[in-house]
Design a protein around this ligand. Structure first.
Ligand code: FAD
Ligand code: AMP
Length: 491
């Protein structure tokens, strides 16, 4: 972490310390009240304030919600810290590497510092946008009134519109209770003091495999238990296969078709009961168990039933305009469970804010990317090849392996590929799937291409700097029409 951060001379400085909350005006009716200041809620509040709305944000915990405090940012801070360790340990170039260790206390302290800077940034943005915010638990009284409980004291606030952005919390399996000691949630593990010798991760979704990457790099023997036939089951089949091979090569053990039915901590180890697809039961043990079986919407104490809010499963139901069934009440982010990702929550927040302020916007989930920060990364947007086939689309696929990229080879990252799925006749970009170093950055240009309705051929015609990883996008796009320069000729 650099001690001095170079900042532009304009715009909000991330390090600026807020000088306190603008005075909350009692009895004033706000244009919009936002419940929850995660990446959904705080972005919605800022966008509506930019458009002239008077806003009140109510947050029961810390500004920034899951993403800043317990999700995206802390995990990416850890992944960045352990990556050099992983690279050095897995290379034959470096000598004396057996002695290399990481100072876990400092790693956690750096993560905490990053989180502090980011959350202070949100407070500064609120101040500069004249957004009022209060700490407390919000409960609906009626569709335009919330009661807020702060330190045992209750106040009520009125707003013409209310945006619910209350997010999600860690999910568990019924027969298992997280004790925060050896059976941990993704919240607990962010402050783990001692690197365990071995760890079982229950759930091979995004959160599970990112923590597997972190702890594998730290030297822990990691086993992932996943009840479905594959890890990261929503990704393209080739990406799933490729990443599984890479993770296993890195030393992560992956047991799929393996359902965890219970776990009980004993003095030194946690016993985990598993059941395979045929129903056969077995026990495994580990020093630490991480629960990563998904997240559940957070609606506790919100009083949704008081205003007759419609729910789907446990999630609040909202349409593409982010409207709920109750007039003037909108819902965004993890609590609606459409795409439980930070950038989706923010995009939904902007749609809600703009609709309230008189625009007419709808969210387009087909153009929201998914990013996984393993070594190497995974990024995708649009349909998988299987989904395109199931929709009966006439498609053509372009592929380019990292192995044939000069940049990927030069930086010692030859694993992975870019796969572009395009509609055969007109070349509409249907899906892009990248497994490889910096995939999460590379997907950006594909998103822009999709946004501008460019074709696969357009992606192939852009002249790229050399050597860059972005050349792999161009080559995969060229391969779509059998014109890749750096692939051997087919047939
Ligand atoms: P949240 O961020 O959960 O915010 C909701 C806020 O509402 C909370 O602060 C909560 O305290 C508050 N609240 C709840 N109820 C009330 C109430 N009644 N009154 C007042 N306040 C209330 N996504 C990515 O895109 N990229 C990643 O790399 C990524 N990594 C992740 C890693 C982990 C370990 C986890 C757990 C998640 C990760 N996610 C990632 C998912 C991402 O964090 C969430 O999708 C995102 O935070 C959802 O934002 P939100 O605003 O809907 O909810
Ligand atoms: P996600 O929903 O992406 O956060 O991933 C959570 C993963 O946990 C999914 O792939 C689920 O299939 C998996 N999962 C849920 N319950 C269990 C269980 N009891 N045992 C093993 N894996 C589970």
């Amino acid at each position: 972490m650099p001690t001095e951060v170079v900042m532009p001379s304009h715009g909000p400085t991330a390090q600026a310390t807020p000088k306190g909350n603008p005075t909350i005006k009692k009895g004033v009716s706000y244009d919009i009240a936002v419940i929850g200041a995660g990446v959904g809620g705080y972005v919605a509040a800022i966008r509506a304030a930019q458009m002239g709305a008077r806003i009140l944000v109510i947050e029961k915990d810390k500004l920034g919600g899951t993403c800043l405090n317990r999700g995206c940012i802390p995990t990416k801070s850890f992944l960045s810290d352990v990556k050099p360790l992983y690279r050095i340990r897995s290379s034959s170039l470096y000598e004396g590497k057996e002695k290399l260790t990481i100072n876990v206390e400092k790693m956690i302290a750096r993560k905490n510092k990053v989180v502090e800077i980011m959350t202070k940034g949100v407070a500064s943005l609120f101040k500069s946008n004249e957004i009022h915010w209060i700490q407390g638990i919000a409960t609906f009284v009626d569709p335009k009134t919330v009661e807020v409980l702060t330190n045992g004291k209750k106040d009520t606030y009125r707003a013409n519109n209310i945006i619910i952005a209350t997010g999600s919390r860690v999910g568990t399996i019924p027969s298992l209770s997280i004790d925060g000691k050896s059976l941990l949630s993704s919240d607990d593990i962010l402050d783990i003091q001692k690197i365990p010798k071995d760890m079982i991760i229950i759930g091979g979704g995004v959160i599970g495999i990112e923590f597997a990457t972190i702890f594998n790099a730290l030297g822990t023997e990691v086993t992932i238990l996943e009840m479905l036939p594959t890890i990261i089951s929503t990704e393209d089949d080739e990406v799933i296969r490729g990443l599984k091979i890479i993770l296993e090569k890195q030393g992560v053990k992956i047991l799929t078709d393996t359902r965890v039915t219970g776990a009980s901590p004993t003095k030194n180890r946690v016993i985990v009961n598993i059941q395979d697809y045929s129903g056969k039961e077995e026990q495994l043990t580990a020093e630490t168990v991480l629960m990563a079986v998904g997240r559940v919407p957070y609606t506790e104490k919100l009083g949704t039933e008081k205003i007759g809010l419609q729910v789907e499963g446990q999630f609040i139901k909202a349409n593409a305009r982010m409207e709920t069934n109750v007039d003037g009440v909108y819902a965004i982010g993890d609590v609606i469970g459409k795409t439980m990702l930070a950038h989706a929550a923010s995009a939904e927040g902007i749609v809600a804010a703009e609709n309230i302020m008189g625009k007419s916007r709808e969210i387009d989930y087909r153009k929201i990317p998914s990013c996984i920060y393993t070594f190497p990364e995974v990024a995708s947007v649009g349909l998988t090849e299987r989904e395109a086939g199931e929709c009966g689309m006439d498609i053509q696929v372009g592929m380019f392996p990292y192995l044939y990229s000069g940049k990927a080879m030069a930086i010692g990252e030859p694993e992975g590929f870019v796969k572009i799925i395009g509609e055969r006749e007109l070349g509409e970009i249907v899906g892009v799937h990248i497994l490889g170093e910096h995939a999460t950055e590379l997907i950006g240009e594909c998103l822009l291409a999709m946004h501008l309705e460019a074709t696969v051929e357009d992606l192939g015609e852009v002249v790229k700097g050399h050597p860059t990883l972005s050349e792999t996008i161009m080559e995969a796009a060229l391969d779509w029409s059998n014109r890749s320069i750096h692939l051997l000729r087919k047939g």
